[in-house]
Design a protein around this ligand. Structure first.
Ligand code: HEM
Length: 361
């Protein structure tokens, strides 16, 4: 084993100045939460760098956190040195370790589930909890960054080492997944794991906390198509004639994906039927719960409003009677229980807020 003196010599060579370690941790955690949340909007392969960045920064945090915990170990382990803010510091460290551990285990393919929560959902929980904890921790121990800590060739080399080391470890982790044939090797580039099979039972029912309507009676339900159109319509369920079918991959941000054959009506056909205005640029899909998402019109034309999945009638949990199928988009954008399609001439930034609060009284 390495003696404490030898360890200190090694650390003095590789670790940045203490204040720089603290501020780097702060910035990296902020970037992790930002890239993690951004990753939820990425469903197409060209978006892979967001995930790669998130993984490399995560590994860099491990090294910085190890430097930091080693530095403060006596203050935490020695009860006589505890001050009121020590509890907050310990909670912050626990949330950081929780986020790191669940992140690594997820990538290694561990697929434990608690109800419909996956390990990835727990990871996101730790990540979000870390934000207020870190801000509170910083406010009790604020020391401004110093320019002097940033200067010098050594600092640049140390940070380059962190990034390169992170990138190498991420590749080694992928290699280990392939060699050991762990569940991690089946992940999509978004980190989601496969759910095999066809039809309603093949993949989990997930939706935002309060977005939980009663089953919809098809006989009293109707779909309205309006907005910038020459002839708005209201379609009863019996008037909907599913004549389109396509295979599409549904990738849920809770960490799974499934490939299914969806049957329904092409949104493009619907727009032709109502004679959408030539100046229209977007199409908004609204659920009976108020939940909504808007797509650029060309993308919307190519989307499907599905009544069937895997040869079966769509179940209530999966959005019956009508669910948006938006290939290349993440699951939360595939609006369920659609009862309104609105043709518009602008996007809908407020949808971000609506997706968080829809369903609440
Ligand atoms: C709250 C927002 C966050 C979201 C939405 C999020 C999302 C993700 C996703 C989707 C993955 C899987 C990537 C893959 O399988 O390839 C992942 C992995 C990971 N995340 Fe996060 N994350 C968040 C916060 C954080 C925070 C705050 C940290 C660090 C403190 C962190 C550290 C990691 C690590 C270390 C991995 C595993 C990297 C690897 O094994 O290569 N994440 N995260």
């Amino acid at each position: 084993m390495m003696s404490e003196e030898r360890l200190r010599t090694v650390l003095a060579r590789v670790q940045p100045a203490p204040r720089l370690v603290d501020w780097s941790l702060f910035v990296l955690v902020f970037l992790e939460v930002a890239s993690g949340l951004l990753s939820f909007t990425v469903g197409r392969p060209p978006g892979w760098p967001v995930f790669e960045f998130h993984r490399i920064a995560g590994v860099a945090i491990v090294a910085l956190l190890a430097f930091k915990l080693y530095r403060v170990r006596h203050r935490v382990l020695d009860r006589d040195r505890w001050v009121p803010s020590t509890v907050l510091s310990a909670l912050t460290a626990a949330a950081a370790v929780g986020a790191l551990l669940t992140g690594f285990l997820w990538v290694a393919g561990l697929d434990v589930r608690i109800a419909y929560w996956t390990l990835l959902s727990v990871h996101v929980g730790f990540g979000l909890a870390l934000v207020p904890l870190l801000i509170a921790h910083l406010s009790t121990r604020f020391r401004p960054p110093r320019r002097v800590d940033l200067e010098g060739r050594r600092t640049a080399i140390r940070f380059t080492g962190l990034v390169v080391g992170g990138a190498v470890l991420v590749r080694l982790q992928d290699l280990a997944n392939a060699v050991l044939e762990t569940g991690g090797r089946d992940r999509r580039f978004t980190g989601s794991q496969p759910r095999e099979g066809a039809g309603n039972a093949a993949f989990p029912v997930t939706s935002w906390v309060a977005d939980d309507p009663d089953p919809i009676d098809r006989d009293s339900w109707a779909l309205s198509v309006d907005g910038m159109v020459a002839s708005p319509i209201e379609l009863e369920f019996s008037a909907i004639e599913p004549d389109a079918e396509r295979e599409a991959l549904l990738d849920c941000t809770s960490g799974w994906y499934t490939v299914q054959r969806w049957g329904g009506i092409r949104v493009g056909d619907l727009l032709d039927r109502v004679d959408a205005d030539a100046d229209a640029t977007h199409v908004r899909f609204v659920s009976v719960t108020g939940y909504r998402w808007t797509l650029p019109i060309d993308e919307a034309r190519d989307a499907l409003l599905a009544t069937r999945v895997g040869g079966e009638r769509l179940s209530h949990g999966h959005g019956a009677p009508l669910r948006l199928v938006a290939p290349g988009r993440r699951g939360f954008q595939w609006v369920k229980w659609v009862d309104r399609v609105e043709v518009r001439d602008r996007p809908d930034p407020a949808q971000w807020l609506v997706t968080l609060i829809s369903g609440f009284e």
